[in-house]
Design a protein around this ligand. Structure first.
Ligand code: NAP
Length: 523
């Protein structure tokens, strides 16, 4: 059965793309859910409308008023939460706790920026540092300020977080006063489209402040102008195309890229098999491998343990994974649902075959029967791989398998572990498990230059920590090198991407006027 096309909200009105569109499927049942098409939409009109109508209206408000808009968005999303869970089950194949990471994670992030933004009150610009004297006479000084960019923010998003991926970007953009255009990944575009629809229908935002275009990305980058920004999340390959587009190379369009990442977990050298640090690592690895079927950019892909603990770690992680029932997320007994599509299943199986050229299988859940799903579904059970010669490996440090797959590797010295972790060439997050605060601090400094986040876990925070892979709005998200070189979130630091810094050199009397309109970010 052919389903109907999802509407695009563009240039301030609902528009249907032309043609038959691209179908979206239920990855467990295989049924078609909806179709998307951006064909025939006047892109130039939509970008101009967002810039002129949406941008002007948002900038007329102060930070406190825009924070109030975020609060209203939170209320609308809360009201419609059940519908979002249903869409996630059908289109992403996720169990409720995994849908929560995406849906409730988004609502939490929006709520966080609403609260932080409210504290900026009636300011209309950001003061950046103190005034600096330019001459002997203090009458002439310089004040750095940041003002919202007078363009649009284009978001090109990945399939794994159709909700959080939208709002973690839109919250700081809208708070900054910058209109947003969202192009969700096709496979899971329905949830993004539905959330935008609910917010538009509620009439919260000025028209043009938020737009959604589902379907092909063709031509979107061509629309960007000098004061626009683009934030991309997805594969390194597509990231390269974005980064090399004329808009970025010639117009200097500001570009944030969150790409793939071979994140690590490190067990401290002093740990033993009955230590708390060991148990914490084992529990977190099993959780990370199975949450959202391993389709998290932050998931643990490589696990480093002292050589003496290699076999114990393999057994303990395997025992945990064996408890993970896989299948139809609608079944109460299922703990892990499907990958988002048949394409992702094929990609995970191909990646697994590549990793197996250098690693052996320590645990494979695929011998167990799926619950309420058959082999034709996009379900893949967790697989733990391992090698006793990780220093000689190449593929294991280079190939990201975007599914429930991780590789265990022993190290002989902590310097060797650091060297192998860095062979990921820059990652989003590394977690460290230790009972020694001195080691934890040393490891954090060592790992900080190659990771956007170091998640340092010890027994005293065992029940408090937010999880290796959970991206929290108050902490930085992004990573150097291969991870894309991007920075998102980090509390109100996120606003920097949507502002332009300028040095105003002038009379102290004029600078007093600026100070009266501005505020300093409480970082
Ligand atoms: P992808 O194929 O690169 O797609 C990402 C987005 O780019 C989609 O919206 C896609 O649209 C669009 N796109 C594809 N070709 C394009 C082009 N030529 N120009 C402009 N846009 C284009 O990535 P994916 O397979 O969806 O996502 C998986 C990857 O994302 C993984 O490697 C994962 O590590 C990474 N990821 C990173 C983060 C992070 O925060 N660092 C978060 C999540 C995922 P269509 O869907 O319509 O093709």
């Amino acid at each position: 059965m052919t389903t109907s096309l999802l509407l695009n909200f563009f240039a301030g009105r609902w528009q249907t793309g032309t043609g038959a569109g691209t179908p979206l499927f239920d990855p467990v049942l295989g049924t078609e859910l909806a179709r998307v098409s951006s064909a025939g939409i006047d892109l130039a009109e939509g970008f101009a409308f967002a810039r002129e109508q949406g941008g002007t209206a948002l900038r007329a408000l102060n930070y406190g008023q825009r924070a109030g808009l975020l609060t209203q968005i939170v209320e609308v999303l809360q009201t419609n939460r059940d519908a979002y869970y249903e869409i996630a089950t059908a289109n992403s194949g996720t169990v409720a706790k995994d849908s929560a990471v995406d849906i409730d994670g988004a609502i939490f992030t929006l709520g966080y920026f609403a609260k932080q933004g409210a504290a900026l009150g009636d300011a209309k610009l950001l003061l950046d540092g103190q005034r600096i004297r330019m001459a002997k006479d203090p009458a002439f000084q310089t004040q750095h300020i940041q003002v919202p960019t007078q363009g649009v923010a284009l978001f090109i998003n990945a399939f794994n977080f159709p909700s959080w991926g939208l709002w973690e970007k839109a919250a700081p953009a809208l708070l900054s006063g910058v209109p947003v255009i969202i192009k969700p990944a096709t496979a899971t575009a329905w949830l993004t489209q539905r959330m935008v629809k609910d917010v538009v229908d509620a009439g919260i935002l000025p028209v043009g402040a938020i737009s959604v275009i589902c379907g092909s990305s063709a031509g979107l980058m061509d629309q960007l102008q000098a004061f626009d920004v683009v934030s991309f999340t997805g594969s390194a390959e597509t990231g390269k195309l974005i980064r090399s587009h004329r808009a970025v190379t010639e117009l200097s369009v500001r570009c944030n890229i969150e790409a793939d990442s071979l994140n690590s977990a490190l067990l401290a050298p002093g740990a033993t098999a009955d230590s708390e640090a060991f148990k914490l690592l084992v529990a977190e690895v099993a959780r990370e491998m199975t949450a959202k079927s391993g389709q998290k950019c932050t998931a643990i892909r490589r696990i480093f343990v002292p050589r003496a603990l290699y076999k114990a770690a393999a057994l303990a992680i395997g025992a945990r994974l064996a408890k993970t029932t896989v299948g139809n997320p609608r079944s109460d007994t299922v703990r892990m649902g499907a990958l988002v599509s048949q394409e992702q299943k094929a990609s995970v199986l191909a990646g697994l075959a590549q990793l197996k050229t250098e690693a052996s299988v320590l645990f494979d859940g695929n011998s167990a029967a799926l619950v309420d799903a058959d082999a034709s579904s996009a379900c893949v059970a967790p697989v733990l791989l391992g090698t006793e010669s990780p220093m000689a490996a190449k593929v294991l440090h280079a190939v990201e398998v975007f599914g429930p797959v991780s590789t265990l590797m022993p190290y002989d010295s902590v310097e060797e572990a650091y060297a192998m972790i860095r062979r990921g060439e820059g990652s989003l997050v590394c977690s460290v498990y230790s009972e020694d605060p001195v080691f934890t601090a040393q490891a954090s400094v060592e790992l900080a230059s190659s990771h956007g986040r170091v998640h340092a876990i010890s027994p005293d925070v065992a029940t408090l920590h937010s999880g290796h892979g959970n991206v929290m709005p108050m902490s930085l998200h992004g990573g150097p090198g291969r991870a894309g070189g991007g920075e998102e979130l980090g509390g109100l630091r996120a606003l920097h991407f949507y502002h332009r810094r300028s040095a105003v050199q002038g009379s102290s009397l004029a600078l007093d006027q600026l100070t009266a309109q501005g505020t300093t970010l409480p970082l």
